[in-house]
Design a protein around this ligand. Structure first.
Ligand SMILES: *[C@@H]1O[C@H](CO)[C@@H](O)[C@H](O)[C@H]1NC(C)=O
Ligand SMILES: *[C@@H]1O[C@H](CO)[C@@H](O)[C@H](O)[C@H]1NC(C)=O
Ligand SMILES: *[C@@H]1O[C@H](CO)[C@@H](O)[C@H](O)[C@H]1NC(C)=O
Ligand SMILES: *[C@@H]1O[C@H](CO)[C@@H](O)[C@H](O)[C@H]1NC(C)=O
Ligand SMILES: *[C@@H]1O[C@H](CO)[C@@H](O)[C@H](O)[C@H]1NC(C)=O
Ligand SMILES: [Zn+2]
Length: 947
């Protein structure tokens, strides 16, 4: 993470200030900030060698020493901003604060280390609690600009020491500044509808390591404490925090002739610093008693928070009964913020969301928006137990929080909407997604060692697909292996035993093991090793073997997992509970085929399967004769496995392509989605080459049936009833228009034009499910007039779900100058909000006409992006992932390497982007090789299929 990023305006926090101050006229304390001007890239961990920490152990490098343990914080904050400006108001984003942390000393020490970042600490006072003695502290050193530590060191004067088993308190008086940077305590704005008035609000995003930007604290997840917060804010605004307000709260006071409200919150139970949250705003709520949804007043009036309100309560009740533990806070607020870096953040008792992740507008939001909202709420609610109640000891086990929340969100959704087939969607959204990144040699284990995760960029880098999707996939595999019942019992015990405490993966295994044996032995092969296995089954002999599945066919594959196996035979019989725990197994009679077998029923196992040629042929014959004999998920998985096995050179690419031939008769979404996800790779690799023509013809041919299956709905601007059919309709239109099926593009263009001519007529409104595609393909087919119309609509819409669709549609134009202008707009937050920057640029990059423009644009503005967004957990990484997705030439590889080199050279901290950049380079190398190896074969295959 780039250092000193947010110091561009106003208060120069933490820079070279030297003050002397007398405390109560008795103690004099020198406060010295040692700051190195300029910045060094955080290449090595900088130990604080200049600080003799006598008489306890060695000084800390990046982790806090455990010689003192925090217990309770009292925090007072007074943000100076006005939420509403009058024509004469001078706005200020300074916040004043003081905090007192009480802690217990475990080991004799002469200094206390805690975190503080970008704060001006004006006064410090250390008190011994049993006798009230005030101890002199002679300096504190903020090392944050020379290393990544962000340490605030408080040293005792010469021979004074803190004694073990005694409690102390440390008071700090400080000042900070809010920026529109989406981290710590930040500011955000929104426009009041139908007026030109701006409203300001203050909100927080502490995760992963930014509580230290709000108050000095021991900012590590296992150092849990009770937090008592008091906010003094301007009259007319309201304040929310994790816990409820005190009953006596809300007194009004006057400071310098201006009116303020003092809001005092109840003390929290033991919790981690990263879960703290508060919001000062003029937002309104749905009016529940203990459980409320908050948003802009207009959104509440228009009823956009109703859906979230209903869903949140249902899912919360479900989790309480499912987990056998009550939600432990007496209130819960869900709040939609105009700006939030992640889609949602699970702060205990005060969950924050982006508007598009919480607000549902009937007639404007689509079914998919609805599912997204329900999923996010279910995810954040699951965190109230997984993460909030039981927290990972250190970030290396982040998957215990994110993997569980992801896994549980599908349970919550299934309970909420049983007809949505969420279990099937799990395979598409999580398993297959994790398979992609986990097939690279650069993949990290799900649970790396603590030592590997130390710096801030290492921590931020963990918020990725592996942690979320592989974490969830591995838990799902375990739940099937153990049987869902005993898995659930084990989880309940784990939560109950460790509530208000912290855990690592071994604690989880301990509680699951009570229900079943060997869990740790089996599971540690999945959590501590990177990647996943591919099983090779010879259905003639019954032999089976495993190795690591890698897209790079020359990588090291000698890894062994404990693989739970189940399978289905063509006569409908099933075999369960085989376990392969060595490289080679068999021969097993269960693995022999009659016509065919399919291993990994419903893809509950986190592995791929390869077969002998005879079994592949048998399966494809079945697909052709009657594909329903193979379970729907497995039809999808066969395609996904075949394509990836071909990429890893286990099978021929023509075999993979052959698995798509039956799709002419397939009307289910999940297999189509698997095919198109993989063919998307072909499109990306070949849409700038001669292969694209015949490929387009083939796909047009394949998709026509599916398109016609839903054509009546599509043309009459309606959608099918069934949830997965709605997905299938979406897929049909997406693919058909993409490959240029004329009736699809004509329909999209007609719908768009009718709307454009009569934008306020209810009969011309496009069904929300169809809008992404209609906007995109009408704009792609149109010119400046269509673009400008959509842009105007974008600017005037206040509904995030609608803005998102238009923002995507705008990226589809083929006009270079429009694309370039659109890219420029991403630098202007009044046009494209900061939280939408990455996805907008990535949309443009995914348009073949915009690919090169987007890459040039990202390189040209890299400094800007790392300064403006370097602090956001995923920004730079997602940007790199998106704009380099199509890279498959030597020239592009050279550019990428040059870029990596230049970024290091100029000392621009590329933070979490460095992992993404490594991945991009590996992926590009693989792509180059793949195109070289496959282009001719693929061209021949498409030609012969379409002649
Ligand atoms: C501010 O607005 C009020 C009401 O519109 C007006 O009376 C006043 O003169 C304005 N003040 C300034 C400094 O423009
Ligand atoms: C901390 O700030 C609060 C609110 O401004 C104030 O009432 C309190 O006296 C301060 N504490 C100390 C010890 O200065
Ligand atoms: C610090 O104190 C704790 C608790 O008394 C003890 O377990 C630990 O070994 C001590 N550490 C050092 C470095 O002395
Ligand atoms: C907002 O400002 C614009 C231009 O300054 C003006 O034309 C418009 O009437 C204003 N709208 C409202 C509701 O005040
Ligand atoms: C594949 O792996 C081998 C061995 O680990 C490595 O030398 C090679 O660079 C990798 N190839 C690519 C394209 O990453
Ligand atoms: Zn989460």
């Amino acid at each position: 993470m780039a250092k000193g990023l947010f110091m561009s305006t106003g208060l120069a926090v933490g820079t070279g200030i030297m003050t002397l101050s007398a405390l109560g006229g008795i103690i004099t304390m020198a406060i010295i900030f040692q700051v190195q001007v300029g910045h060094n890239p955080p290449t090595t961990r900088v130990p604080i060698t200049t600080t003799p920490v006598i008489p306890t152990g060695p000084p800390p490098d990046l982790r806090l020493p455990r010689n003192v343990i925090p217990q309770r914080y009292h925090i007072f904050l007074r943000p100076l901003f006005y939420h509403t400006l009058t024509n004469e108001t001078i706005q200020s984003f300074i916040f004043m604060g003081n905090s007192t942390v009480t802690f217990e000393c475990l080991n004799k020490t002469r200094s206390i280390f805690l975190h503080s970042k970008d704060l001006t600490v004006k006064k410090l006072e250390l008190t011994r609690l049993d006798n009230g003695d005030i101890l002199t502290v002679n300096q504190h050193v903020n090392e944050s600009t020379v290393s990544e530590t962000d340490f605030l060191e408080v040293k005792l004067e010469d021979d004074a020491v803190l004694e073990p088993n005694r409690s102390y308190s440390l008071f700090a008086d400080f000042e900070g500044e809010m920026f529109n940077d989406l981290t710590g305590f930040y500011t955000s704005t929104y426009e009041v509808e139908n007026s030109n008035e701006t409203r300001y609000l203050g909100a927080t995003q502490m995760a992963a390591t930014d509580a230290r930007k709000v108050f000095p604290c021991f900012d590590e997840p296992d150092l849990k404490a009770n937090f008592s917060l008091t906010l003094t804010h301007r009259e007319g605004s309201s304040a929310l925090a994790n816990w409820p307000k005190k009953r006596t709260s809300g007194s009004e006071i006057e400071i310098d002739g201006e009116k303020w409200v003092v809001t005092e919150f109840q003390s929290t139970k033991k919790m981690s610093t990263y879960l703290m949250a508060f919001v000062v705003s003029e937002l309104a709520n749905t009016g529940g008693i203990d459980y409320k949804v908050w948003a802009r007043p207009e959104a509440i009036t228009d009823g956009h928070a109703k859906y979230a309100d209903t869903v949140a309560n249902k899912i919360l009740n479900f989790y309480e009964s499912e987990l056998g533990l009550k939600y432990p806070v007496s209130k819960l607020d869900h709040i939609a913020l105009p700006d939030l870096a992640p889609a949602g953040m699970e702060n205990w008792g005060l969950i924050t969301y982006r508007e598009s992740a919480l607000l549902f507008a009937e007639g404007v939001s689509s079914t998919f928006d609805k599912e997204y909202i329900a999923t996010l709420i279910a995810h954040q609610l699951a965190h109230q137990w997984f993460g909030n109640l039981v927290t990972m000891k250190w970030w290396n086990d982040l998957w215990l929080s994110e993997g569980f929340a992801t896994y549980m969100s599908y349970q919550g959704l299934k309970h909420l909407e049983p007809s949505w087939n969420t279990e099937d969607l799990f395979v598409v959204n999580e398993v297959q997604r994790a398979f992609q990144v986990d097939a690279l040699t650069a993949a990290y284990p799900l649970s790396p060692s603590e030592e590997e995760i130390q710096s801030l960029s290492e921590i931020n880098g963990l918020f990725d697909t592996i942690t979320y999707s592989k974490g969830a996939a591995v838990l799902r595999m375990l739940s099937h292996y153990m049987s869902t019942g005993s898995f659930k019992e084990g989880i309940k015990k784990y939560l109950k035993a460790l509530e208000y405490e912290s855990a690592n993966q071994y604690d989880l295994w301990t509680y699951l093991q009570e229900a079943d044996t060997n869990i740790e032995e089996i599971m540690s092969t999945w959590t501590t090793q990177a990647g996943y296995p591919v099983l090779t089954v010879n259905t003639g002999t019954g032999d089976i073997s495993q190795e690591r599945f890698l897209l790079n066919s020359t990588g090291n594959k000698a890894v062994v997992w404990h693989v739970p196996i189940n399978l289905l035979k063509n006569d409908g019989s099933e075999v369960h509970d085989l376990l392969l725990d060595k490289a080679i197994g068999g021969p097993r009679p269960e693995l022999k085929r009659d016509k065919w077998i399919v291993v990994n029923i419903n893809c509950t196992g986190y592995y791929r399967v390869n077969y002998d040629r005879g079994n592949w042929e048998g399966l494809m014959a079945q697909q052709k004769a009657d594909h329903h004999a193979i379970p729907m998920i497995n039809r999808a998985q066969l395609i996904d496995d075949a394509f990836n096995l071909a990429r890893g050179k286990y099978i021929d690419v023509t075999l993979a392509l052959n698995t798509t031939k039956y799709l002419k008769n397939e009307t289910e979404y999940i297999p189509w989605n698997a095919a198109m996800k993989n063919l998307k790779y072909f499109i990306l690799m070949f849409d700038r080459s001669e292969v694209y023509g015949p490929m387009q013809t083939y796909l047009k041919d394949q998709i026509t049936n599916l398109y016609r299956h839903f054509e009546h709905d599509t043309m009459s601007n309606t959608v099918p009833k069934n949830h997965l059919d709605q997905y299938a309709q979406l897929e049909a239109v997406t693919v058909a228009c993409k490959v240029g099926l004329k009736e699809c593009i004509d329909t999209a263009t007609n719908m768009f034009n009718q709307w454009k001519e009569n934008p306020y007529n209810t009969t011309t409104q496009i069904h929300p499910n169809l809008r992404y595609n209609v906007y995109c393909y009408a704009i792609a087919d149109g010119g400046q007039a269509e673009w400008e119309f959509a842009w105007e609509k974008y600017l005037n819409s206040t509904i995030a779900a609608e803005k998102d669709k238009l923002r995507y549609g705008l990226s589809c134009t083929r006009h270079i100058w429009l694309l370039n202008r659109y890219l420029q707009y991403t630098l202007d937050p009044t046009k494209i909000r900061k939280i939408d920057t990455v996805s907008t640029i990535n949309y443009i990059a995914s348009n073949v006409a915009g690919q090169a423009l987007a890459w040039d644009f990202v390189r040209g503005n890299w400094k800007h992006f790392s300064e403006e967004h370097g602090g956001e957990i995923k920004f730079l990484g997602d940007l790199i992932d998106g704009v380099t997705e199509r890279f498959s030439t030597e020239y592009e590889l050279q550019q990428l390497k040059q870029f990596q080199y230049d970024s290091d050279l100029t000392g621009d901290s590329i933070g979490s982007a460095s992992r993404a950049l490594e991945r991009a380079i590996e992926r590009t190398q693989i792509n180059i090789q793949w195109v070289k190896d496959n282009k001719d074969t693929v061209l021949d295959w498409f030609r012969s299929e379409t002649k």
